[in-house]
Design a protein around this ligand. Structure first.
Ligand code: ZN
Length: 319
């Protein structure tokens, strides 16, 4: 059976349902990975009182609406981020079906189409998790960026890429961030301009979409990030360091207070290395903008609109 013989409603219904369910799992990833917790065990519990959540209260989006954003057990408020992430899962599944699966030739065997759907949905949701975690913690977990890059390289053959394109793309993606913003910056200014997490994120982009995808994501991400920063500047909005990052720094400073001798020196060195700990005053620069979400947006745009989007950006730049 080929792709064109599978009924459209079947693909749309099961694809989006699958995306919503994985969006639900995505919430678990976003919550647990930066906290170094196991993502498989235990099953979901209430964030307020740790009561296990029943299956019927864990239906993507619907449960949150029915319970009006409150836990059944203790009525604690459940963040709107949960249904939002589930919705994003469903939308990403729909986008992958439209822009990736239906772009395959009509004669594509259904197994191959299904494999492509699973692969591209997996990388899309990994990217969404990276964006949410980077906003909250200003960190990109290696398990997601590096893990995503490895999946991209392993799946090159299923995605009509050559191994050289995928591997070369991964190396190029890493280097276009690491070389100018980490290595050279450190040489000139004594500290890195951009995190190594961003370099590994573009390694993922290159592994999946070749060097073109990585370059596109860096350019488009920079443009969109700059536009938002300008918008914040014009409207006088000041960005605070996220609460989770503040809490981590406070914890480290308390540890330094309590420590003595070599241990104290070691912890102080660790604090000095953390660019987020640097005192940057009260000006506009005091706010920190995580760059990861903009790179994620750039990578997803390349995946969904690829050549078309690249042409549009070039048109704008040449004007
Ligand atoms: Zn509860």
């Amino acid at each position: 059976m080929t792709l064109v013989e599978v009924p459209f409603w079947f693909i749309a219904f099961f694809g989006v349902a699958f995306g919503l369910l994985f969006g639900s799992f995505l919430n678990v990833v976003i919550h647990r990975v930066p906290r170094h917790q196991n993502i498989a065990f235990p099953a979901s519990t209430c964030p307020g009182c740790n009561t296990p959540i029943a299956g019927y209260d864990n239906i993507p989006v619907l449960s949150w609406l029915i319970l009006r954003g409150k836990a059944r057990c203790c009525k604690t408020t459940i963040s709107g981020r949960y249904p939002l992430v589930e919705l994003v899962g469903g939308l990403m599944a729909w986008a992958v079906i439209q822009q990736v699966v239906f772009e395959l030739p009509a004669s594509t065997p259904w197994e191959y189409a299904l494999l492509n759907f699973a692969l591209y949905l997996a990388v899309s949701l990994t990217l969404v998790a990276i964006a949410f975690i980077d906003v909250e913690f200003m960190i990109i977990p290696d398990s997601l960026s590096f893990g995503g890059a490895v999946l991209g390289i392993l799946s090159f053959a299923a995605r009509d890429m050559t191994l050289i394109e995928s591997l070369g793309g991964a190396i190029a993606g890493f280097l276009i961030v690491w070389l100018p913003f980490d290595f050279l910056y450190r040489l000139l200014r004594g500290h890195a301009g951009m995190g190594r997490g961003d370099a590994k994120l573009l390694m993922l982009a290159g592994a999946w979409f070749g060097w073109q995808g990585a370059v596109f994501a860096l350019m488009v991400g920079s443009v969109q990030g700059t536009l938002l920063a300008l918008g914040l500047l014009i409207t006088g909005t000041k960005l605070e360091i996220p609460d989770a990052v503040k809490a981590e720094l406070a914890e480290l400073r308390a540890e330094i207070e309590a420590a003595e001798g070599d241990e104290k020196a070691e912890l102080e060195a660790e604090l000095a290395k953390d660019p987020l700990a640097a005192d940057v005053g009260d000006g506009f620069g005091a706010g920190r903008l995580a760059f990861g979400p903009f790179l994620v947006l750039g990578i997803l745009e390349y995946m969904l609109f690829g050549q078309w989007a690249a042409d549009q950006y070039l048109n704008v730049l040449w004007l």
